[in-house]
Design a protein around this ligand. Structure first.
Ligand SMILES: Nc1ncnc2c1ncn2[C@@H]1O[C@H](COP(=O)(O)OP(=O)(O)OP(=O)(O)O)[C@@H](O)[C@H]1O
Ligand SMILES: [Mg+2]
Length: 225
């Protein structure tokens, strides 16, 4: 089944009086259960593309469908609802809430949905164990290593059982041991739970493990392998 369908999508940022064309003529389909990497040089449009797929930003032109539903025209509250229910987003800088501990950070998307505290806690604990951080449940982000923070970010992205997880350079801030662990963890969740993963990367080690690589150059899709 096609999960993501982008049709002739373009993105232009307005910077004062100048326009930056970050993406153009993007036609891209991603199937359920795929494990896909977007790669390309700095400035090629990777984050812009992921933000559009993740409903964080809207395209300037073109159409975007998620599971056959057109999403680029939705109103803000409906976008937020779809994001919360269908998508887990892992940001390059983790974006954890500094005043919340690991468990509370993971619970957050469920609480936004209105799930009661006890149930949200139980679900978050399952994900915390899955990423191997149960002993650190009450640590705040500033007391965790980069690898641990990234694992919390992954657990938070998965806690709501999204169909799609998007990760912007998930290993960029990690050493090789932690990168390896994060790659293996994402791959396992992809195989076991059939979660679709789309991520951007510069990391050749990560590119070795994907089903498909989508190359971006100057905002356009090049060779797909
Ligand atoms: N909010 C913004 N306002 C204006 N221009 C932007 C904005 N975000 C990105 N751009 C520009 O759009 C182009 C694509 O940027 P983008 O961040 O998507 O690239 P990237 O491939 O993710 O780069 P990197 O590998 O450095 O993260 C660049 O020219 C960038 O300067
Ligand atoms: Mg980027």
């Amino acid at each position: 089944m096609t999960l993501v369908d982008m049709r002739n999508v373009g993105k232009i940022y307005q910077l004062g009086s100048t326009q930056v064309e970050a993406l153009r003529n993007i036609d891209l389909q991603i199937q359920t259960r795929e494990f896909v990497a977007i790669w390309g040089p700095s400035g090629s449009g990777k984050t812009s593309l992921l933000n559009l797929i993740g409903l964080i930003d809207a395209p300037t032109t073109g159409e975007i469908y998620l599971a056959d539903e057109r999403v680029d025209l939705l109103a803000d509250d409906e976008l937020a609802r779809q994001r919360n229910h269908k998508i887990g987003f892992i940001f390059q800088n983790f974006n954890l809430v500094p005043v919340l501990d690991a468990l509370e950070n993971i619970m957050l998307p469920l609480q936004i949905r209105g799930m009661r505290q006890g149930q949200a806690r139980e679900k978050a604990l399952v994900r915390l164990r899955e990423v191997g951080l149960e002993e650190h449940w009450n640590k705040r982000p500033d007391k965790m290593s980069g690898g641990q923070r990234q694992r919390v970010a992954i657990a938070r992205a998965l806690v709501g059982d999204p169909a799609l997880v998007i990760a912007d350079e998930p290993t960029a801030n990690l050493d090789s041991g932690n990168s390896r662990m994060i790659i293996d963890l994402m791959r396992e969740l992809n195989r076991r739970d059939h979660v679709t993963f789309i991520f951007s990367t510069h990391d050749p080690r990560l590119l070795e493990h994907v089903d498909r690589r989508i190359r971006l150059e100057d905002g356009q899709i090049g060779a797909t392998e």
